[in-house]
Design a binder for this molecule. Structure first.
Ligand code: PMP
Length: 446
């Protein structure tokens, strides 16, 4: 029997957090882009509570939708039955996603949405009209991040997060890091990276079930921005080599890049698309994997044929989350929020652009309201700072002292504010970023 409870900080084991060495900050309330902590501080949520709270906290319409659903039913599983709210959401997702994507499988987090996509693609090739059972592999980009479950980690290409787990993972065919900041000399980035992907496809297409790609910007990899045209080029190659295309819109979806879905920038319809984070406006844990008819149809057969998708989650399609998602989608439809994102992102990047003269600021990049500032030891060589400097972490600590919450991805400082942030709020964010970077770089490099 436990005699004493652990202290509050240790009772909660947090992810990606050095538990021996951190200063917990506990929120009590949120409103709009702001959080109030238990010690009375007011903090700007510059990470949208991990990139998902697109309409800010406590939006009256989403609050009301969830309360209304609570008065009806909180949970009905989708295995064997379903709730009318969940059904309505599936129809709505078919309407708002690109092309003929139309068949949604629900789960509770982005990693599980990716996991479902992998199993869906694998099972598709086992039982589609022209089965190719040897198609069991996946192509993932360099520095890919698709979540923390075992299949998603297998796709992962970030050494620091993923290498440790190698003994329990499968190996994907590994593509390039299509980064526009570190491009080899004298090459056209699009031709270069698309060429590398094409070479891999030409060698491995017989074994490949799908290519998995985060469209336009690889968020968790450090806001790696792809050359324009890469997504469309991958779509064309997947068609040519008869490989499914899975896009992971978990981070970039729901307005983040200035379109409802990032794939829209290049008029791409993937075969399978994963969504999470902003799906419920960042309110409740829900994610989705949506497929096109040719994928879905391969699973249609009499019960005796055992072709149903062998996958399912207890809480997938939860009605409270579905109600939040419907309200969030209504907000996108009723406002010009998505249309405002590119201008807001440009404004934020232009404000922090004053840092670009700094000898240790290598790159300021991103798309829409995804912003990354890469700190380097040397601008010429683009070499990263010594990890012992902990530059990213120190910048974010300095920002928190100024009442702004941002997070580092190694040496890249990341800002992903709620899409509803006003220019005045973006000024507060920009000022905190500029001052914190100035202060940290001065302390570290001079
Ligand atoms: N895919 C991408 C592109 C992500 O950025 C993330 C989370 N940051 C995930 C998948 C995993 O989502 P979750 O944390 O909800 O499992």
């Amino acid at each position: 029997m436990k005699i004493t409870a652990p202290p509050i900080t240790d009772a909660h084991w947090r992810g990606f957090t050095p538990m021996a060495d951190f200063d917990p900050i506990i929120a009590r309330e949120g409103e709009g882009c702001w959080l109030t902590t238990t010690d009375g501080r007011r903090i700007f949520d510059g990470v949208s509570s991990l990139w998902c709270n697109v309409h800010g906290h406590r939006h009256p319409k989403i609050d009301a939708a969830v309360r209304d659903q609570l008065d009806r039913v909180a949970h009905v599983t989708t295995l064997g039955m379903s709730c009318e709210t969940t059904e309505e959401l599936a129809i709505r997702l078919a309407e708002i996603t690109p092309g003929d994507l139309g068949h949604t499988f629900f789960s509770s987090d982005g990693s599980s949405a990716v996991e479902a996509a992998l199993k869906m693609a694998f099972q598709y090739w086992q039982q589609c009209p022209s089965p190719q059972p040897q198609k069991t592999q996946f192509l993932a980009l360099g520095s890919a991040y698709h979540g923390d479950t075992t299949g998603a980690v297998s796709l992962g290409g970030i050494k620091y997060f993923h290498q440790l787990f190698a003994p329990i993972l499968f190996s994907p065919v590994r593509g390039p890091v299509p980064c526009t900041y570190r491009v080899p000399d004298k090459v056209d980035p699009l031709t270069h990276y698309a060429g590398q992907i094409e070479t891999l496809l030409s060698h491995h297409h017989d074994q490949l079930a799908a290519v998995v790609i985060e469209p336009l910007v690889q968020g968790a990899a450090g806001m790696i921005t792809h050359p324009a045209g890469l997504l469309a080029a991958v779509r064309e190659m997947c068609d040519r080599y008869n490989v499914l295309m899975i896009t992971d819109e978990v981070a970039v979806g729901f307005g983040r890049t200035g379109r409802l879905f990032a794939s829209e920038h290049e008029s791409v319809t993937p075969d399978i698309m994963c969504m999470g984070k902003g799906l419920t406006g960042g309110y409740l844990p829900m994610a989705a994997t949506i497929a096109r008819p040719h994928v879905f149809d391969a699973f249609l057969a009499p019960a005796t044929d055992s072709k149903q998708f062998f996958h399912g989650h207890t809480f997938g399609g939860n009605p409270l989350a579905a109600a939040a998602a419907l309200a969030s989608i209504d907000l996108f439809n009723e406002t010009n929020l998505v249309e405002s994102v590119e201008a807001k992102g440009d404004y934020l990047r232009q404000r922090i652009g004053t840092l670009s003269g700094h000898s240790n600021v290598g790159d300021i990049r991103g798309r829409g309201l995804m912003v990354g500032i890469e700190i380097v030891a040397d601008r010429e060589t683009k070499a990263s700072p010594d990890p012992s400097h902990q530059v990213g972490r120190k910048v974010c600590q300095a920002a928190m002292e100024r009442g702004v919450w941002i997070r580092p991805l190694s040496d890249v400082i990341v800002a992903m504010p709620p899409l509803v942030a006003t220019n005045e709020e973006l000024d507060i964010l920009a000022d905190a970023i500029i001052e914190s970077i100035d202060q940290t770089l001065e302390d570290t490099f001079s």
